[in-house]
Design a binder for this molecule. Structure first.
Ligand SMILES: Cc1cc2nc3c(=O)[nH]c(=O)nc-3n(C[C@H](O)[C@H](O)[C@H](O)COP(=O)(O)OP(=O)(O)OC[C@H]3O[C@@H](n4cnc5c(N)ncnc54)[C@H](O)[C@@H]3O)c2cc1C
Length: 358
């Protein structure tokens, strides 16, 4: 099999890159060891929320912000080309504070975010009440991020599957990439289905990227990537009851258009341990009910865990490796859904330029 580009990993990152490349006429082979969209992209909450994700890194904050701005067009184009509806809600977000100390801490974060260009405003309790009902007792105030949004990543993956099929991307599920050799002209890629040659390869296997061997270049032979396990729990409330996303420290609660309420999350470095702890889920429910009183004593309707793609670098690994034919797009950690439009644009444009295509 010969392709222009082989992509290892069909999560939201690899699939979005595949779509963009195929739109521009390239022959793309998209390989996944399991199913397309069955990794972290299936498990993600889908908050599109750049504030607080970049620390002091102004350039990364700009990358997150520009991807947030790209989402409405990306979503419309994807929905139109696929014929699939995508649940996208521009609902904003509220960072809750229950004490003056918490307000001061959130204020410092808001000031840094504002300096990066993120819109944020401080609200008192009556102002919070004007945009959100069912508030918890003891609220001292909140910071409002009006541009934050949510998208359902499972809708996005369903749509990406359609557009990849329509654009002629060859999708191979249940077919792992084992090794990428950049030593000769282009790349040689060893897969469970045999060897494949291409002009370029993209490594986008999320938390599993470190399991793929890289040969033929002066780079570590195993990419720096690891899983960060996270839980989500789901409840039902009447559609439209929540309004903005609610957040406090490591807890967030958001509502899909259907009414389903997702609460997250947890962070664990425990390898690919897929066991499910009732205690962790119960603790998460308790934290969520402290932000949304209507969730108290409400029966859980669903819950799952997923593996965020972590990397020890402060930002995702994204771009060309030296002047080789290997491109990387992994390590998006808590922001892979948010960053997908921007990463797909950057990586696909870079590949097309490097291959001398237009
Ligand atoms: C609980 C939770 C909540 C989250 N919430 C948010 C959020 O609100 N907002 C946000 O932006 N992000 C969020 N994320 C993070 C987001 O889901 C990820 O950053 C994003 O999905 C990463 O996409 P990916 O394509 O890099 O990885 P994945 O979706 O994991 O895709 C990688 C793919 O590679 C495949 N693969 C593995 N090994 C091989 C191999 N050897 N060969 C070929 N294929 C292989 C896997 O099967 C998988 O399908 C959350 C994640 C979790 C777990």
């Amino acid at each position: 099999m010969v392709f222009d580009v082989v992509i290892a990993g069909a999560g939201i990152i690899g699939s979005s890159i595949a779509w963009r490349l195929a739109q521009r006429g390239l022959r793309v082979g998209l390989f996944d060891s399991r199913t397309m969209g069955g990794g972290s992209s299936w498990a993600g909450a889908g908050m599109l929320a750049p504030g607080g994700e970049a620390g002091d890194d102004r350039d990364f904050a700009q990358q997150l912000l520009s991807s947030l701005r790209a989402w409405p067009d990306f979503m419309r184009e994807l929905s139109e080309e696929s014929g699939e509806s995508i649940d996208y809600v521009a609902c904003g977000a509220l960072d809750f504070a229950f004490s003056d100390d918490e307000l001061a801490k959130l204020g410092r974060r808001a000031a840094r975010n504002e300096s990066f260009g993120v819109r944020v405003e401080r609200l008192n309790v009556p102002e919070i009440r004007s945009i959100a009902r069912d508030l918890p007792e003891g609220l001292a105030g909140a910071y409002h991020y009006p541009d934050d949004a949510i998208v359902d990543p499972r809708d996005v993956m369903r749509a990406l599957r359609r557009v990849c099929d329509r654009c002629g991307v060859s999708v191979f599920e249940g077919c792992a990439v084992r090794m990428i050799d950049t030593g000769g002209n282009g790349v040689r890629v060893a897969t469970d289905g045999g060897q494949v040659c291409a002009e370029a390869a993209v490594l986008s296997a999320g938390a599993w990227s470190g399991e793929i061997e890289i040969k033929g270049m002066p780079l570590p032979s195993s990419p720096d990537s690891y899983p960060v396990k996270g839980y989500l729990v789901v409840h039902e409330l009447a559609a439209g009851t929540l309004g903005p996303i609610r957040r406090r420290e490591g807890t967030y609660v958001l509502q899909r258009s259907s009414g389903r309420v997702l609460s997250g999350s947890t962070e664990e470095r425990s390898g690919f341990d897929s066991s499910f702890s009732e205690d962790m889920a119960a603790d998460l429910e308790k934290r969520a009910a402290a932000l949304v009183p209507a969730l108290r004593n409400r029966a859980r309707v669903d819950a799952w865990i997923g593996f965020r793609p972590g990397t020890s670098a402060p930002r995702p690994a994204e771009g060309r490796c030296g002047d080789s034919a290997l491109w990387v797009a992994y390590g998006h950690y808590r922001n892979g859904i948010l960053l997908a439009p921007q990463t797909a644009e950057n990586v696909s444009r870079g590949i097309i330029a490097s291959l001398g295509r237009r």
